[in-house]
Unconditional design. Structure first.
Length: 641
């Protein structure tokens, strides 16, 4: 038998965002740990030759010239990862943004497209100031008196805060005629200067870099002929956009106007009102990248902790090395705490989904839709409403963890496991296979505290995944293992998660839960058994007999034990008792008291760490079990010799 103790952790902001039930549920938020304001960093103009304005044109052929909505393709000068893909080039648009994917064939003057998804809207967008702008050339200056504009780009090398060299890709929109139309008429005085900066990652194992938006001055300089002072600063958008959800519905975006608030950044559609969007020319908006290992191979290979990634512990080692108990533990922890694994393709849940039924997406109503069909390739068998593979998300649960445990035990040749590659139950009939849980004989330990054994309802030989919530405060959990199975158990608050592999008999409890109850009814709620939702299990405790061990206390000192320990029993009721030591597999180690009548009161027993064969036990965790009249209480011992 084995006792597992858990600790709680805080809910990460990124996961909270991913759980929001909205039409627009951002995935790009997983790329960034924060949106912050960098102060004391003035706008620095770059002095490089501008792009020839005649080169700006619309795809796909880029024939002709379009200084209103056109694009120019350029090289970044380094690898830059965005939304799970690595890019080396970008398309600069007159309208104040770049795209890292080839732009659509239609113009994109409407900044609302940052928040919308449709085939004619650009994706993988980085927008320091997306509006309906116009690139004015010398002809516009001489013939109509507009301020000449220029768009420039360069890649420089600088040193980061840690002294590491890195490249920076800079795009500068200078004297751009921003939001140039008012009541259908162009406004000559509406001129602005701004930049986009992409920073190369200095992490040897990641290409995810930071993004910075910088803002200079507005209005025409040294132009006494332009007496109009109007500058249209309202209506542009600032942020990033990934690949969309459902055609015509919400996009995958972050609104960078919301400093230090990723929740609003992922859901709000506010536009600019004043200049500068950052609040000043000496302030910049910084989207700080979250370094992540994106390993593309093998959907469901079990490598939840990315230990096979370059530079990690199991890099370049076979699967039986990089799939470990830590992968199981990470899955169970996510289920127990209700914090899903990172669901984006190539990340944690993608690798954890070993039985290939964890794909899902959000429909136009913001509802989660599962894709339960098991497929070998994640892009197979997708609904028609999915417009991009970026819409596909992944999840894993305790049953996936159970299959990993079965793989570790050597019962499966490789992961991912598919339904037609492994026979689980041999020749057993369906009605002989466990498909649920039952509650066994309950013992009252003290006031409102009960020992609750949980059994399978039949025989099972294979992976075992269980999740439920109990209507009480969990004090302790003991799992029962044998030589023929292995288990891992976790709990958080009142939720219990179990993964195991091997042979499980209906006569042996899976776990015994010690819990404090305030109700006469024990309820196991939201029970999930091997990926099947089986509802609730209720059990009345009104007829439970008081345990003869009620208020009996076991203690020992010292604990941990080095050479010997003194065990103290404070017995409440005179009766016949047994006191035994067991190891974590449930094997009997030492008989300390055998069918002996003990009076109520204090009793002390010395254990010198010898087993029944007079051999000294090894270091590890052991359990004392005091039994009387069919009831028992358990106390943990730690041996360090």
């Amino acid at each position: 038998m084995k006792k597992i103790i858990l600790t709680a952790v805080g809910i990460a902001m990124i996961v909270m965002i991913l759980s929001i039930s909205q039409t627009a549920i951002a995935q790009v938020v997983g790329e960034f740990k924060s949106i912050t304001l960098v102060e004391g960093k003035p706008y620095e103009e770059i002095n490089v030759p501008p792009i020839n304005s005649n080169l700006f044109a619309l795809p796909p052929n880029y024939i002709g010239n379009d200084r209103n909505d056109g694009y120019v393709r350029v090289n970044l000068g380094f690898e830059f990862e965005f939304n799970g893909e690595i890019f080396t080039q970008a398309w600069i648009c007159v309208n104040g943004f770049i795209t890292l994917s080839p732009p659509p064939n239609l113009p994109a003057p409407n900044p609302q497209a940052l928040f919308l998804d449709a085939n004619n809207y650009p994706t993988n967008v980085i927008a320091p100031y997306w509006g309906d702008h116009y690139l004015r050339n010398e002809t516009d200056f001489f013939q109509q008196g507009f301020v000449p504009s220029s768009i420039s780009y360069t890649t420089i090398t600088e040193t980061d805060d840690q002294g590491k060299p890195r490249k920076v890709f800079i795009v500068q929109w200078k004297d751009l005629n921003i939001n140039y139309l008012l009541d259908g008429q162009p406004v000559k005085s509406s001129v602005g200067n701004f930049q986009l900066r992409l920073y190369e990652s200095t992490d040897a194992f990641s290409r995810q870099g930071d993004i910075e938006f910088c803002y200079g001055t507005i209005g025409p300089k040294n132009r006494p002929d332009i007496t109009d002072t109007r500058v249209i600063t309202r209506g542009a958008v600032v942020g990033v956009k990934g690949e969309g959800k459902i055609i015509g519905e919400g996009a995958d975006y972050l609104n960078a106007l919301f400093i230090d608030d990723l929740v609003k950044a992922a859901t709000r559609e506010d536009r600019t009102t004043d200049w500068q969007p950052s609040g000043g020319s000496d302030k910049r908006i910084l989207l700080s990248a979250t370094t992540r290992f994106n390993v593309a191979e093998w959907w469901g290979d079990g490598d939840v902790d990315f230990s096979k990634a370059v530079g990690r512990k199991h890099y370049n080692l076979p699967q039986n090395r990089f799939v470990t108990a830590n992968d199981v533990r990470l899955i169970l922890k996510s289920v127990a705490e209700g914090i899903p694994l990172d669901p984006v393709r190539r990340r944690a849940a993608y690798h954890a989904d070993v039985n290939h039924n964890g794909r899902y997406y959000y429909n136009g109503a913001g509802q989660k839709v599962r894709i339960p069909k098991r497929s070998k390739v994640f892009t197979d068998d997708l609904p028609n409403e999915i417009s991009s593979v970026k819409q596909i998300l992944f999840e894993a649960n305790e049953y996936d963890a159970a299959w990993i445990m079965k793989y570790i035990s050597g019962r499966i040749t490789e992961l991912p496991w598919l339904i037609d590659t492994f026979v689980i139950y041999g020749k057993l009939k369906t009605d002989e296979i466990a498909n649920g849980l039952k509650i066994g004989k309950i013992s009252k330990f003290a006031d409102n505290i009960y020992d609750i054994p949980v059994y399978l309802n039949n025989y099972l030989n294979g992976p075992l995944g269980i999740k439920f919530e109990i209507n009480g405060d969990i004090i302790d959990i003991v799992s029962y293992e044998t030589e023929n199975n292995s288990m891992m158990v976790m709990n958080h608050n009142n939720r219990v998660v179990i993964s195991g592999s091997g042979e499980f008999l209906p006569s042996n409890p899976v776990v015994v839960i010690k819990a404090k109850l305030s109700d006469e009814l024990i309820k196991l709620a939201d029970v999930r058994f091997n990926d099947n939702e089986i509802g609730d299990i209720n059990y009345s405790i009104s007829s439970v007999d008081t345990n003869d061990l009620t208020n009996t206390i076991i203690s020992n000192t010292p604990n941990p034990i080095v050479e010997k320990t003194i065990i103290t029993l404070n017995i409440n009721t005179e009766d016949i008792y047994n006191l035994n030591v067991y190891d974590m597999k449930g094997n009997l180690v030492k008989n300390l008291i055998n069918n002996t009548k003990l009076n109520s009161g204090l009793h002390t027993i010395e254990w010198n760490l010898l087993d029944n064969n007079t051999t000294k036990v090894n270091s590890g965790v052991y359990f004392l079990r005091l039994e009387s009249n069919g009831n028992n209480i358990i106390h943990k011992l730690i041996v360090e010799n």
